[in-house]
Design a protein around this ligand. Structure first.
Ligand SMILES: [Zn+2]
Ligand SMILES: [Zn+2]
Length: 357
């Protein structure tokens, strides 16, 4: 468990947003890595604490559970995290851009921001059944990707890269700046190597040494069980690649085709079963097509016309793919009235009436 965020920033638990911001700015002044005597570890610690405590939703989660859930998944390999759906996508990731932007402003200069590839968003339509049980979809995305010939390093296969002569392998060009707080070093990404620190001796013929190639990439997207219409999946790093920077993210918006017989209510599946009026009185067995195949439903004699039968464990899986726990299947009884009564049927009904039914 990381250090307590309130302790890191040196504020009380009930500190206002303003107090939190002030405390962070003060620490950032002291520990900013660009500053002489700065401390990168402490700076990052403070940044992390600030990113959580400055966000109402994350702060509430942190206060209640001692940690922040949004954004726990989605590593660089590109996974998904169901808890991120329909909520803040940046999750737990410290918004370094914002914080550095803020600090750089304070110091009157701009740090060397690592640039990042563009995010991409796509839409996927799935069937109702796939939304209940989850599905893996393969999609073709046309985007800037790492060059397939040089694997992104920009050099022809079997040739070497050399230290960038412009930045001497630092990846950035540094200049000194004076400010009211003292002398600061301000850095810009090297325009020759784009921050990669090396340049190819012989540039790759496919990407001309940029390491980036526009092509169609096949991506496998795991859509979790129980996903709702309009929910979003984020695959970290599956967006567009950029020379010398991190790739953007891929956002997948899910569209679910409605089912003619079923709908979801939380983890329960709801359907209707037409039952003959006589069966509602004396009970019967009915065959019902479910998402799990045909099941036999025992309809008992009913007490009212709006009864619901419950088949336990035949609903939506809980806790995603592979889970054994499921919600229930709720069967709403729909009483079927006869369209036409034969003379015999009428006679029998008259008899029933005499019986007091
Ligand atoms: Zn290449
Ligand atoms: Zn360079």
């Amino acid at each position: 468990m990381a250090k307590d965020y309130y302790t890191v920033l040196g504020v009380e638990k009930k500190a206002s947003k303003d107090e939190i911001k002030k405390a962070f700015r003060k620490l950032a002044h002291t520990y900013h890595p660009d500053k002489k005597g700065g401390d990168e570890v402490k700076f990052k610690e403070a940044s992390e604490a600030y990113s959580v405590l400055s966000d109402d939703k994350k702060r509430a989660e942190y206060d209640s559970y001692g940690r922040v859930f949004s954004g726990a998944g989605g590593g660089p390999q590109g996974g998904f995290d169901p808890s991120q759906f329909s909520g803040g996508f940046d999750g737990f990731n410290v918004n370094v851009e914002d914080i550095f932007g803020d600090i750089s402003e304070m110091f009157g200069g701009r740090g060397a921001r690592s640039h990042r590839g563009r995010d991409i968003s796509i839409d996927i339509e799935i069937s109702f059944k796939e939304s209940v049980f989850g599905v893996t979809r393969t999609v073709l995305v046309s985007k800037n990707s790492e060059c397939s010939r040089c694997n992104g390093n920009g050099a022809e296969p079997n040739t070497k890269t050399k230290t960038c002569p412009t930045c001497n392998g630092k990846g950035q060009v540094v200049e000194q700046r004076r400010s009211p707080f003292g002398v600061f070093q301000s850095a810009a990404v090297c325009s020759t190597c784009h921050g990669r620190k090396t340049v190819p001796e012989k540039p790759c013929t496919t990407c001309k040494g940029h390491g980036i190639e526009h092509r169609q990439e096949e991506l496998s997207i795991a859509i979790p069980a129980g996903i709702d219409n309009g929910q979003m999946i984020r695959m970290t790093g599956a967006g567009e690649a950029v020379t010398g920077g991190a790739s953007g993210d891929l956002y997948i918006k899910i569209h679910i085709q409605p089912h003619k017989n079923f709908r979801k209510e939380g983890f329960n599946l709801v359907t209707e079963l037409p039952v003959k009026i006589t069966d509602t009185l004396i009970g019967a067995e009915y065959k019902l097509e479910t998402l799990d195949g045909t099941v036999t439903v025992k309809v008992p004699p009913l007490n009212s016309t709006d009864e619901i039968l419950r088949v336990k464990g035949k609903g939506v899986p809980i806790e995603g793919v592979g889970s054994k726990r499921r919600g229930d299947l709720l069967i709403r009884i729909k009483v079927e009235f006869p369209k036409k009564l034969s003379t015999d049927a009428k006679k029998l009904l008259e008899k029933l009436k005499e019986e007091g039914v």
